[in-house]
Design a protein around this ligand. Structure first.
Ligand code: HEC
Length: 239
């Protein structure tokens, strides 16, 4: 009660300009206004905050969608401090190590919802109310599926060879069904590579050039140009 009275008094003084709230403090790291992201492709989760990432399971169809949306949300809201591709440059902790389980989720949500303030200076903005929980779990899924440092190194050369083979098929105007005998073993090989790429969070499958390429070659919708592009983009980002 007492507290509320003081809060009200403070607010009225602040709005009348008798006390000025140091707004620039809130943006100690520059203009870190949270950027809303379009999460409409993902199913609604309701009002109540969940305790665990609902899109963690790679066998669900939401997994890849969550990663795609999370990548964009992360790049717009988190990368400036936590690093591109979630590789920290030292400004803020490396988030790839947060365990992909309910304990890691608890800590993740605590920071995501409340941000972080030290000695009155804002080090990380609060995102909870502005971006909401669908964005939270999409970003979470993106973060926990980053490959660990160097996890793709042993496979980079082979994946480039496969990429060149696929590119050859595309350039020669081959249709996937004409060359299934040549393509199927390559898909199987990339699938095996995709499953062996480690994450620091211990999430079961990393989102990598290999997993993305395989997703464009699954039986019902084979898209050779997209698979080739996924390899090119993913492998150049890994350098
Ligand atoms: C303005 C810089 C900044 C931005 C932007 C930012 N963070 Fe942070 N974040 C920090 C700092 C600094 C810490 C360290 C605070 C501490 O000591 O716990 C931190 C800590 C965290 C932690 C706890 C990590 C750990 O190992 O303890 C999580 C999780 C986190 N941030 C998630 C995010 C997410 C998700 C976003 C984007 C939606 C984001 N942060 C945006 C600066 C930032």
């Amino acid at each position: 009660m007492r507290y509320n009275k003081f809060a009200l008094l403070f607010l009225s003084l602040a709005t009348t300009g008798i006390i000025t709230v140091p707004l620039d403090r809130v943006n100690a790291h520059g203009d870190v206004t949270p950027q809303a992201i379009d999460t409409s492709e993902l199913p609604d989760l309701g009002e109540e905050w969940l305790e665990e990432n609902p899109w963690r399971d790679p066998s669900t169809k939401e997994w890849a969608t969550a990663i795609k949306i999370g990548a964009s949300g992360y790049n717009q809201n988190c990368a400036r401090c936590h690093g591109l591709e979630v590789i920290s440059g030292g400004l803020a902790p490396d988030l790839r190590h947060l365990e992909a389980n309910i304990d890691g989720d608890e800590w993740y949500l605590e920071r995501y919802q409340n941000g972080y303030t030290q000695n009155g200076s804002n080090k990380m903005p609060a995102f909870g109310e502005l971006l909401g929980q669908k964005a939270a779990w999409a970003i979470r899924t993106y973060i926990e599926t980053r490959p660990a440092d160097g996890a793709l190194d042993d496979h980079t050369n082979r994946l480039k060879e496969i990429r060149d083979t696929l590119k050859g098929f595309v350039e020669n105007g081959k249709k996937a069904e004409e060359i299934s005998a040549e393509i199927n073993p390559l898909i199987a090989e990339m699938d095996k590579i995709a499953k062996s790429v480690e994450t620091a969070s211990e999430a079961p499958i990393a989102d990598s050039a290999a997993s993305r390429a395989v997703s464009f070659l699954s039986s019902d919708k084979i898209d050779l140009p997209k698979a080739t592009e996924a390899l090119t983009v993913g492998l150049s980002a890994a350098q």
